[in-house]
Write a protein that binds this ligand. Structure first.
Ligand code: ADP
Length: 306
């Protein structure tokens, strides 16, 4: 089976013991990596655009080293990939500076031919997020919605996670208008309570369930940090999957991304929604006990085989 992840992967710079280290990460890209690492039998495609420069090539090499299929990772002739630097202050608090306003990934839609769209319909499932919506050139959004409609009509399951990043939006309403459009098209939604709290002031999972009731998902999965995950099925039946909270959290970056990738892999390989959440929570719980968005490959492989 084939799973597509639409979004942006950026170069990441951070100082480790005084030495500047380079990595690559981005929300849907991280999910693509965790899906592939956990379910090697599935094909994981990253759908985005990079430049033709050396740094972009390194990113493509990194994706390929994770066995990500780069058939839909297009090369823009002039643009470069985005970049961010992580700063850690004396108290261990992290902050990020981004250089992504003119990145190749913003131009994804202009790189897609009709043939590419036709090929994308072979995907069984595709994930996009609020970040994917925020970074795409605004004038390309109608084409993006048409692409998703074409995929849905061809039988590709559409999956959406808000993953709201206020800094990427002019204002709340710019984001919520698009998110509500995304909920309309999504077959599976993977939102978090934190995003709904920020955008709508909701304090409980019940408020999210009520708000999303008019939409028709095959599966709704509501994440809530270390608290239980709530599932709502097609018939509107609600169930709760308890978690074991991690007490020694090292770095929460990409907890939700790892959860999404592993949940979707498990779900696609026929596991029940409850079992899929348990597997996803186990992997996300592991990821937050290790530094970085994409944790050490060997350590993760041990978890998968355990
Ligand atoms: P997001 O990054 O989307 O906001 P959450 O913070 O809700 O995601 O976390 C996603 C998933 O990661 C949770 O559903 C849970 O499985 C796992 N997780 C996050 N924080 C913890 C924690 N402290 N203990 C155990 N699991 C956690």
């Amino acid at each position: 089976m084939r799973v597509g992840f639409i979004g942006e992967c950026m170069a990441e710079l951070k100082k480790v013991n005084g030495v500047l280290e380079e990595g690559f990460a981005g929300d849907t890209f991280n999910s693509a990596v965790y899906l592939k690492r956990t379910f090697p039998q599935l094909d994981s495609y990253f759908v985005s655009a990079v430049g033709s420069d050396a740094l972009s090539k390194e990113m493509v090499d990194f994706a390929q080293s994770e066995s990500i299929n780069t058939r839909f990772l297009f090369t823009h002739p002039e643009k470069h990939i985005g970049l961010y630097k992580i700063y850690t202050d004396a108290q261990g608090e992290r902050s990020f500076t981004y250089w992504r306003n003119d990145s190749a990934a913003k131009c994804l839609m202009s790189q897609l031919t009709n043939d590419d769209t036709a090929s994308l319909t072979a995907l069984d499932l595709v994930l996009f997020s609020g970040i994917s919506l925020a970074i795409l050139n605004k004038e390309d959004l109608p084409q993006f919605w048409r692409l998703l409609t074409t995929l849905k009509e061809s039988g590709t399951q559409i999956v959406f996670d808000m993953n709201h990043r206020p800094a990427l939006w002019k204002g709340r309403d710019d984001a919520t208008v698009l998110y509500e459009k995304a909920f309309e098209i999504a077959d599976i939604a993977l939102p978090g309570l934190e995003d709904f709290n920020f955008l709508y002031g909701f304090e409980t999972v019940e408020e999210i369930i009520d708000f999303l009731a008019p939409f028709s998902f095959k599966q709704l999965v509501i994440k809530n940090g270390s608290s239980a995950v709530t599932l709502v099925n097609e018939k509107g039946e609600v169930s709760v999957v308890g978690l074991t909270p991690v007490t020694h959290v090292v770095d929460t970056t990409s907890a939700g991304d790892a959860f999404n990738g592993v949940f979707l892999g498990a779900y696609l390989t026929g596991e029940s929604p409850k079992a899929s959440v348990e597997k996803a929570a186990k992997c996300a719980g592991f990821v937050i006990q290790h530094p970085g968005a994409i944790v050490d490959k060997a350590a993760y492989a041990e978890l998968v085989s355990s």
